[in-house]
Write a protein of this length. Structure first.
Length: 210
């Protein structure tokens, strides 16, 4: 099976093509504000360098959040159009799951993404990747309380600044091969049902409710 992986949930582009437990080509690079301009050409370059045609992909795995509002939409849009136009199965995973899976420590894993105003997007998983605290938009102090009972843990960041320091922080270096292998059999969904999962309302949506 040949799988395309796309993650634009931060200022980084993480993308790769995996075939039968082999990583054919990948991009792991920060592009900042230019991500929207370079994401598609960079993805295309992975195809070109490996002499693979778009229709030769069997499945797409795309990260649908949480993270950057703009970044998430970039990857989702590319993946949805690709899936729909060529009738290729697609499924989604969270950025927190990808961060958790990429860390090899034998410890509780706490992936966190800054959400500003003393909040983060966070979750807790045990050393066997079982979910202890579901992905959510949570106050930093509340997350730290949840972590207080953990005897051994590592905090994984998405390589972007956090508003507050945590102990035992490690930067995220995605193990795309491991992520894809873990989720390769996840059930596909209708591409029209693939949407960003921000885990919170946007500021505009919050303003409408106030």
């Amino acid at each position: 099976m040949r799988i395309l992986y796309i993650d634009t949930s931060s200022s980084y582009l993480y993308t790769a093509i995996v075939e039968d437990k082999k990583l054919l080509g990948e991009v792991k690079e920060e592009f900042g504000q230019s991500l929207s301009e370079v994401a598609l050409p960079k993805i295309v370059s992975v195809f070109t360098e490996n002499n693979i045609k778009p229709e030769q992909i069997d499945k797409i795995i795309v990260v649908n959040g949480p993270g950057s509002f703009t970044g998430i939409r970039i990857g989702i849009t590319i993946a949805k159009v690709y899936s729909w136009s060529l009738n290729i199965p697609i499924t989604t995973i969270t950025s927190l799951e990808a961060m958790m899976l990429s860390n090899e420590k034998d410890a509780y894993k706490v992936p966190v993404i800054d959400a500003r105003r003393q909040y983060v997007f966070g979750a807790i998983y045990d050393s066997n990747n079982r979910q202890i605290l579901k992905p959510q938009h949570i106050k930093i102090e509340d997350l730290k309380q949840e972590m207080a009972s953990l005897d051994n843990y590592v905090v994984i960041t998405n390589n972007e600044d956090l508003e507050e320091d945590f102990d035992k922080i490690e930067a995220y270096n995605p193990n795309i091969l491991k992520i894809v292998e873990y989720f390769k059999d996840k059930e596909p969904i209708n591409p029209h049902a693939v949407n960003p999962d921000y885990l919170k309302l946007t500021e505009a949506e919050e303003s409408k409710l106030n």
